[in-house]
Design a protein around this ligand. Structure first.
Ligand SMILES: C[S@@+](CC[C@H](N)C(=O)[O-])C[C@H]1O[C@@H](n2cnc3c(N)ncnc32)[C@H](O)[C@@H]1O
Length: 340
């Protein structure tokens, strides 16, 4: 059992940070890269130990940091490395090349990969989803994931080759009510109404094209420059919508559960409460022995738990990890084990 309340020093559920450059730091440093620093990498490796003799589906392989840590720690481990971003997959391919045929690569969305795995029957010893975007995706201004002067309002993880609509398409085409709902529900932005109204007013004059257009719109809506966190909320809401991130997660969770072998372990790291909530709810529901509505007097459902939640409460990075990698700040890890 990993307990998220056990913070640094207790050593429960995590490698202890000892001294300035302890084993946990060294482990993190070894698996970090200029591309991306994997979050809570020791925790992930430790929780997935029982899965270390089989195949683990890493649905968000990104720069390959978690995958590399798993492959180098567990010699019997194989990885199905999935990412929807072709650039990420190329990076992972290079980094994981030393592991030869212990790694298979698949350019796909993780929900598609999970459904494919589940159709093959229970085949996986583990599953890992480290949601959201990598540092490289954020830092590459032409991808338009974060605010950068002149960056196009694109945000598609597959890039242009995947087709689909861009952030600019949403801003230029969605009706005001839908925009308001997006900024309010996904962005959790209290001034969603004012931004949506200003977006619609502005686009009558000139279509949205680059990040500056959105920033100027927010400034007009607020009558002051938006704070960094307000800007981040609105940009993140658009990114989540463009990539249907919540839909993909909702489809992937039951498929990954079905694809796990008995005793298999699923780990999800999320960065937003709207991602964490469905994970928490799914793990809780799968761990209940009866899911009948209370008004039904006799149990008519499956009558037994499908497995157990391994994280009694959500696991967060240590303050030391956040200090070294501020982008890990909002990470929350949950894990579930399928009944043996
Ligand atoms: C936070 S990064 C993962 C970093 C990785 N764990 C590492 O150690 O480098 C998230 C990655 O997931 C990918 N991604 C996000 N949503 C996805 C989806 N629905 N299907 C496949 N890949 C996805 C992104 O392209 C990105 O490369």
């Amino acid at each position: 059992m990993v307990d998220g309340e056990a913070e640094p020093g207790s050593g429960r559920g995590r490698l202890e940070d000892r001294g300035h450059q302890g084993p946990a730091d060294a482990f993190r440093a070894r698996h970090g890269s200029d591309y991306h620093h994997p979050v809570m990498v020791e925790e992930v490796v430790k929780i997935l130990e029982p899965a270390g003799e089989g195949e683990i589906l890493d649905g968000t392989v990104g720069g390959g940091g978690h995958a590399e840590a798993l492959l180098s720690t567990y010699p019997g481990c194989r990885i199905l490395a999935v990412d929807r971003d072709p650039e990420a997959l190329e990076e992972a391919r290079g980094r994981l090349a030393p592991f030869g045929d212990r790694v298979r690569f698949l350019k796909a969305r993780f929900d598609e990969a999970a459904v494919g795995a589940s159709l093959a029957g229970p085949v996986l010893s583990g599953g890992l989803l480290d949601l959201g975007v990598s540092s490289r995706q954020i830092d590459r201004s032409e991808r338009g994931f974060a605010f950068r002067t002149g960056a196009p309002l694109d945000m598609r993880m597959e890039g242009a080759e995947g087709g689909g609509f861009t952030a600019a398409d949403i801003l230029n085409q969605w009706e005001e009510g839908k925009l308001k709902e997006l900024f309010r529900r996904i962005g959790e932005e209290p001034r969603a109404r004012f931004i949506a109204r200003e977006v619609v007013r502005r686009r009558r004059e000139i279509p949205f094209r680059v990040a500056d257009d959105l920033l100027e719109t927010m400034e007009a809506a607020f009558r002051r420059p938006p704070a960094i966190k307000e800007r981040a909320r609105v940009f993140q809401a658009l990114r989540i919508q463009v990539n249907d991130e919540l839909g993909a997660l909702g489809r992937a969770l039951p498929a990954l559960r079905d694809a796990l072998l008995p005793g298999g372990i699923l780990v999800v790291i999320s960065y937003h409460s709207l991602e964490d909530r469905p994970v928490k709810q799914a793990f809780r529901e799968w761990s209940r022995s009866c899911v009948c509505p209370p008004e039904i007097p006799v149990c008519v459902c499956r009558g037994e738990a499908l497995g157990e939640t391994l994280t009694r409460s959500v696991v967060r990075p240590t303050p030391k990890e956040v200090e070294g990698n501020p982008r890990s700040r909002s990470a929350r890890l949950r894990a579930w084990r399928k009944a043996a």
